[in-house]
Design a protein around this ligand. Structure first.
Ligand SMILES: Cc1cc2nc3c(=O)[nH]c(=O)nc-3n(C[C@H](O)[C@H](O)[C@H](O)COP(=O)(O)O)c2cc1C
Length: 221
């Protein structure tokens, strides 16, 4: 089956706030879904087992969902979704608020947020599915929620290889220009026949979305 077939399923774009040993962290997830029409309201969240976020949710049984809007910068998605918080403070340059419970909500033009308490955990191989009750949240939503389709088609964003929604980057290899490298967040393509990608310093970042150099992917024909 071509990856684009699974890509026809609809997803939203969310920042998941957690804490591990008292330290707030956040990652990006598409796999969030409302499942109960009655009370209490419930959500499903699927995360990859080896993420730092899963360690935090398993430890505390709490997480937040911040609904990203079409105005949320690609750089925020790259900072939270392409780097693990295991050894880094990913929230350092991201506008956020830490709730009384110690878990963060993201304030980068997000539509709204929910605080969720885990009631059931389903281990599904490489993924963990958390069933959770919504115990608090925004009074109202603002802006337009970002869909995964919008992120891919309008922001030219990608998800990390191995994630459930991964689709390979569209080939834009320049036959005449030699090798090229693509930003996994915004799709910017670095191609310079006179100055190779390897020669850029390690601190170089994407000129469009500020994604780090080491996350760039070599494009093949
Ligand atoms: C667009 C996008 C969608 C993603 N969707 C998911 C997802 O649904 N589930 C998941 O576990 N990881 C998803 N990820 C990957 C995590 O955000 C990523 O592994 C992150 O580095 C985990 O950080 P942590 O180790 O601090 O928890 C997504 C990333 C991006 C950029």
């Amino acid at each position: 089956m071509e990856p684009s077939v699974l890509g026809t399923l609809s997803y939203g774009m969310y920042a998941i706030g957690t804490k591990y040993r008292g330290v707030p962290n956040a990652c990006i997830a598409t796999a969030v879904m409302q499942i109960a029409s009655g009370e209490p309201k419930k959500l499903l969240l699927a995360l990859t087992e080896d993420t730092h976020s899963v360690a935090g949710v398993r430890e505390n049984g709490l997480f937040t969902v911040s609904v990203l809007s079409t105005d949320t910068p690609a750089s925020v998605i790259g900072a939270l979704g392409l780097v693990s918080g295991r050894n880094t403070d990913k929230l350092r340059n991201i506008r956020h608020k830490v709730l009384l419970e110690g878990v963060p909500v993201i304030k980068e033009n997000t539509c709204c947020w929910f605080l969720c308490k885990v009631t059931d955990v389903l281990d599904a191989g490489n993924e963990v599915i958390f069933v959770a009750e919504i115990i608090a949240g925004s009074d109202k939503a603002v802006g337009t929620p970002m869909s995964y389709f919008y992120y891919r088609e309008h922001m030219h964003g990608l998800s990390p290889e191995g994630s459930p929604t991964y689709l390979p980057p569209k080939a834009t290899f320049d036959e005449t220009g030699g090798e090229s490298f693509v930003c996994p967040v915004c799709g910017y393509v670095y191609k310079d026949p006179n100055f190779s990608f390897d020669e850029l310093s390690d601190s170089w970042t994407c000129p469009v979305c500020k994604c780090r150099k080491s996350a760039f992917m070599r494009q093949t024909k």
